[in-house]
Design a protein around this ligand. Structure first.
Ligand SMILES: Cc1cc2nc3c(=O)[nH]c(=O)nc-3n(C[C@H](O)[C@H](O)[C@H](O)COP(=O)(O)O)c2cc1C
Length: 162
């Protein structure tokens, strides 16, 4: 089985999760930042990661997701400042799944990722960002060891599915 782990990461949190997933995979595997990818054909599973930006998928990951081909099997992972399991990060996954119209979605995994306190302070003053920015104050220290272990276990569960 051939897998590709690809990700966009602005401040390193999603990259940390991508590397953990890559470490955990007991199969033929490759890890490539999304902007360095030259093609995604020939992989049995693609793990595609991004940080949640404005409740959605950052532009830098959107074009890759839109181009996923017919029947391509993909599993999404993300990091976000807001609380795990909440409605806000869920919306980003729903958007990613909507963009990957032709692909077969194998699952998704999300965990928290720290946000610079100065950025949070600024965003708290913007109505559209206040809700997640408020939650993100307690994301410092994430992704932590438990997040890393969860991501690894999730990646293995995806492999076991296929
Ligand atoms: C421009 C911007 C927008 C963001 N929007 C959200 C958001 O809507 N919801 C959220 O939970 N976190 C949001 N975050 C926080 C990031 O998702 C979080 O810090 C993530 O772990 C960053 O991942 P990275 O280090 O891989 O870039 C935002 C961060 C930035 C810089």
């Amino acid at each position: 089985m051939k897998t590709l782990v690809t990700y966009f990461s602005k401040t390193g949190n999603t990259e940390e999760i991508a590397r953990a997933i890559q470490d955990a995979l007991p199969v033929d595997k490759k890890i490539v930042p999304i902007h360095d990818l030259e093609g995604a054909e020939g992989y049995d599973i693609i793990f595609c990661g991004f940080p949640v930006h404005a409740h959605s998928v950052p532009e830098k990951a959107q074009s890759f997701i839109k181009a996923l081909g017919e029947g391509q099997q993909v599993a999404f992972f993300s990091t976000h400042g807001s609380l795990r399991g909440g409605q806000l990060p869920k919306q980003a996954f729903e958007n990613a799944i909507g963009l990957a119209a032709k692909a077969r979605i194998l699952g998704h995994f999300g965990c928290r990722g720290k946000v610079d306190p100065k950025v949070i302070e600024m965003l708290m003053n913007q109505q559209e960002n206040r809700a997640w920015a408020q939650e993100a104050q307690s994301a410092s220290g994430h992704p932590d060891q438990a997040d890393i272990e969860d991501a690894k276990a999730w990646a293995l569960s995806i492999i076991a599915k296929v």
